[in-house]
Design a protein around this ligand. Structure first.
Ligand SMILES: Nc1ncnc2c1ncn2[C@@H]1O[C@H](COP(=O)(O)OP(=O)(O)OP(=O)(O)O)[C@@H](O)[C@H]1O
Ligand SMILES: [Mg+2]
Length: 142
């Protein structure tokens, strides 16, 4: 259990996690509105040197792709969905097949039954204006 006292601190925590998935992996983000999930993704994006990271969720699709040299990073935000639908799920499962891909999912609880067993869970909790509790569960076995 970690307590982050600022946006910058949350990004730093993300950068440590980035090392664990740099060759591919799945990060599932859980937590309420405004608890820091997207700030965390921004930290990951900085770690991977992504230019033009967008914090906005895409309008017509739920998946945003950031191409890197030999792999791709996918930022997926399920916020607006009641529950994940078949089509989107199939798309995500397909992306997971390439183990070089890095998938980062906000509101991962909306596909709880379909999350891969090897993943890193990051759970955010709002404590006060500038503090967030961040719990990391590394289920990759590495
Ligand atoms: N310690 C902290 N860590 C992260 N964000 C913080 C912290 N303290 C304050 N904040 C603020 O909290 C907000 C977090 O917003 P963010 O968009 O990351 O939340 P979110 O979990 O992605 O929400 P949503 O579910 O709406 O996408 C930002 O405005 C950020 O500046
Ligand atoms: Mg967000």
């Amino acid at each position: 259990m970690i307590t982050s006292k600022s946006e910058e601190e949350t990004k730093k925590i993300a950068k440590k996690i980035a090392e664990k998935v740099e060759n591919g992996g799945f990060i599932a983000l859980f937590g309420d509105l405004g608890s820091g999930k997207t700030v965390f993704v921004k930290g990951l994006a900085e770690a991977f040197n992504i230019k033009g990271f967008s914090v906005k969720s895409p309008t017509y699709t739920y998946i945003r792709r950031y191409p890197l040299e030999i792999k791709n990073i996918y930022h997926i935000d399920l916020y607006r969905l009641e529950k994940i639908d078949e089509l989107l799920l199939r798309e995500i499962l397909e992306l997971m097949e390439d183990d070089k891909n890095i998938l980062i999912i906000e509101w991962a609880e909306k596909m709880l039954e379909n999350l891969p067993s090897k993943r890193i869970d990051v759970v955010f909790k709002y404590l006060d204006e500038n503090s967030r509790q961040i719990d990391i569960h590394d289920k990759t076995g590495n």
